[in-house]
Design a protein around this ligand. Structure first.
Ligand SMILES: Cc1cc2nc3c(=O)[nH]c(=O)nc-3n(C[C@H](O)[C@H](O)[C@H](O)COP(=O)(O)O)c2cc1C
Length: 167
């Protein structure tokens, strides 16, 4: 198998564009990530997070996180939260991002998103090949603004889905 064509092929898998937020010991963090739907009943989603990242440690401690499904007007946030590590800076302050309190978990919710999904970790897979942990989490809270539209990450680019995605 050619590694180059494998990477090219995987880049054609459309991914969601979300910002994961987490909080532990009064420290908040956030990173850009794709999130995957697992099942409706029970309501489960999956994420894959590098064990080298600051947000990983917050999720490990709290066993909770929020998936903030960004709106297409927030594309710049995906780049910002996905390009710098939160070990030394508070990304929320640095980027002037406003949050609100979640109903069921301690992680902050980012305002202005298409949807905010509150999750509690149900299953953690740490021994995945490479340096990622995979979390399967139960949805314990949910809010959505159906006047907004989400985005898609494909071939290293962001795509707007606009009215194609209206519910
Ligand atoms: C579009 C996009 C998608 C990303 N998806 C993931 C992902 O699914 N898992 C992951 O570990 N990192 C992903 N990243 C990289 C992290 O967001 C990035 O390394 C971030 O700076 C980590 O921040 P932290 O150290 O504060 O947690 C993605 C970045 C971008 C721009």
């Amino acid at each position: 198998m050619s590694t180059k064509s494998f990477v090219q092929a995987t880049m054609q898998l459309p991914c969601s564009v979300t910002i994961l937020t987490a909080q532990a010991d009064n420290i908040q963090g956030a990173m850009t990530a794709s999130s995957m739907y697992v099942s409706q009943v029970p309501p489960l989603l999956a994420i894959s997070v590098s064990k080298t990242f600051a947000t990983y440690h917050l999720i490990e401690k709290s066993k909770e996180f929020a998936i903030n499904l960004i709106a297409d007007s927030q594309q710049d946030l995906a780049g910002k939260f996905g390009s710098i590590h939160g070990y030394e800076i508070d990304k929320f302050k640095e980027f002037g991002v406003k949050t609100e309190t979640a109903n069921m978990i301690r992680a902050p919710l980012i305002l202005g998103c298409f949807a905010n999904i509150e999750c509690r970790v149900q299953t953690s897979l740490w021994d995945v090949e490479g340096n990622h942990a995979i979390y399967i989490a139960e949805v314990v809270g949910f809010r959505m603004n159906d006047k907004l539209s989400p985005m898609v990450w494909l071939n290293n680019k962001y795509f707007r889905v606009g009215s194609e995605c209206k519910l």
